[in-house]
Ligand binder design. Structure first.
Ligand SMILES: [Zn+2]
Ligand SMILES: [Zn+2]
Ligand SMILES: [Zn+2]
Ligand SMILES: [Zn+2]
Ligand SMILES: [Zn+2]
Ligand SMILES: [Zn+2]
Ligand SMILES: [Zn+2]
Length: 409
């Protein structure tokens, strides 16, 4: 601000008047800004030279007019010509060159943009990001897929393309880890393989390529081995079969024999001499005698042509060696009257106690040629037509062995 000062001599030509005016008391022109100075007008110019509120040119020569009271701040902080120093690199700058320098100083530490957590000087940032940063992307050198750098070691421990050598030290050289299993299984020339007939007993073990030769040369011995296996299995099958049969045999001592399709069987019996129907074998108990019933629909012996004959035979059984001989259980045959009113049923029942002297009740030989024992005249053809012995073209004959009626020999 320019002080109010005009050539008074032109306005007041009178020397006396001028003297009077210059002697009048005035306030400093910066009174309103807070300057308390007050004196004769003639001293104002001198005061303004030192008044804190009056402006002065910047002493750095930046050209700015600054109130003296603010000069210190200006020189220190805002003067574009002030001398200053970069806090990062330590270089000296003037105020306005520093403003250009800030934001590009190579020594300013900055957080890495990959969020690895490190602070790196600006000049090192770009090499850091491409060479050292834990979060940079790097390609696996084996499979060339990209990984964040700090996860790469974990990947490499399982990367399928990492080269490994065959544990059999074959001539295949390096293999990708993921190909090793297939190599060992199908290709490794150094792997010892067992003969295809190992299960059959061949002991051969050799290099893969020699197996074909072995197979060609050993046809005969392999066939022999297989033959033994087949025989062994045949044996097992038949013993399983007989075990199964034994398990499925009736072991209650009571057989209820269903003879269906009666009329055609009867007419066949009439034209075919000695036609015998035999029942499924059954046991008198779990470890008892093995028996089989038989029936001649057109009779046998004394009943031939007129009666139905029924017999029981003793078959060679599993436990014969442990049983008492001769066989002495009572046996009864029952032909059921299949009336719809069971209380009125009138069954045909015959039973016998074995004669210990008769050879049929001795322990049977392995070749069962024995005749049965029974009733040649069990039921006459006449009786059979009465009542309901035949119903739905079916007969039911029960054969019951009663061990409680053992006859002491
Ligand atoms: Zn002042
Ligand atoms: Zn300045
Ligand atoms: Zn700097
Ligand atoms: Zn980083
Ligand atoms: Zn990889
Ligand atoms: Zn190999
Ligand atoms: Zn072999």
């Amino acid at each position: 601000m320019e002080p109010y000062f005009s050539p008074l001599s032109q306005i007041y030509p009178e020397p006396d008047s001028e003297k009077t005016i210059m002697g009048s008391v005035v306030y400093c022109i910066h009174h309103k800004d807070g300057c308390k100075w007050s004196d004769e007008l003639r001293k104002l110019k001198a005061h303004l030279n030192v008044c804190k509120h009056d402006t002065a040119a910047c002493s750095n020569g930046c050209g700015a007019q600054i109130p003296r009271v603010l000069m210190e701040d200006h020189l220190k902080y805002t003067c574009p010509e002030r001398r200053t120093r970069c806090e990062f690199c330590g270089q000296d700058f003037t105020g306005h060159t520093l403003e250009n320098h800030v934001g590009s100083c190579g020594y300013e530490p900055l957080y890495c943009e990959n969020k690895c957590g490190l602070k790196v000087q600006r000049r090192h940032l770009s090499p850091h990001k491409s060479n050292d940063c834990a979060k940079r992307l790097v390609g696996c050198r084996y499979c060339s897929k990209e990984f964040v750098a700090d996860t790469l070691p974990a990947h490499v421990t399982k990367c399928g393309r990492v080269p490994v050598t065959c544990p059999n030290h074959c001539e295949s050289g390096l293999l990708a880890r993921e190909d090793l299993d297939g190599h060992l299984k199908d290709h490794c020339p150094s792997l010892l393989v067992n003969c295809t007939f190992r299960e059959a007993g061949c002991r051969f073990k050799g290099l893969r390529h020699s197996l074909d030769k072995h197979l060609d040369e050993s046809t005969k011995s392999h066939l022999n081995l297989m033959c033994t296996v087949v025989n062994k299995q045949q044996h097992q099958i038949s013993s399983l079969k007989s075990a199964l049969q034994r398990l499925s045999l009736n072991q209650t001592g009571t057989l209820v024999w269903k003879i269906s399709d009666y009329s055609s069987k009867m007419s066949e019996a009439k034209t075919k001499e000695g036609m015998e129907l035999v029942s499924p074998p059954f046991y008198t108990s779990q470890y008892g005698y093995k028996l089989q019933a038989s029936i001649f629909l057109n009779g046998n012996g004394a009943g031939e042509g007129t009666h139905v004959s029924v017999y029981i035979k003793i078959l060679p059984g599993e436990y014969d060696a442990l049983l008492r001989w001769p066989f002495a259980h009572s046996v009864s045959f029952t032909l059921f009257d299949q009336t719809s009113v069971p209380e009125k049923a009138c069954n045909i029942v015959e039973s016998f106690i074995p004669d210990p002297t008769w050879k049929n009740f001795q322990r049977p030989s392995k070749e069962p040629d024995s005749l049965g024992f029974g009733f040649p005249r069990f039921a006459s053809h006449e009786v059979l037509k009465k009542r309901h012995f035949i119903k739905d073209n079916t007969l039911f004959l029960r054969v019951k062995v009663d061990p409680s009626k053992i006859v002491a020999v």
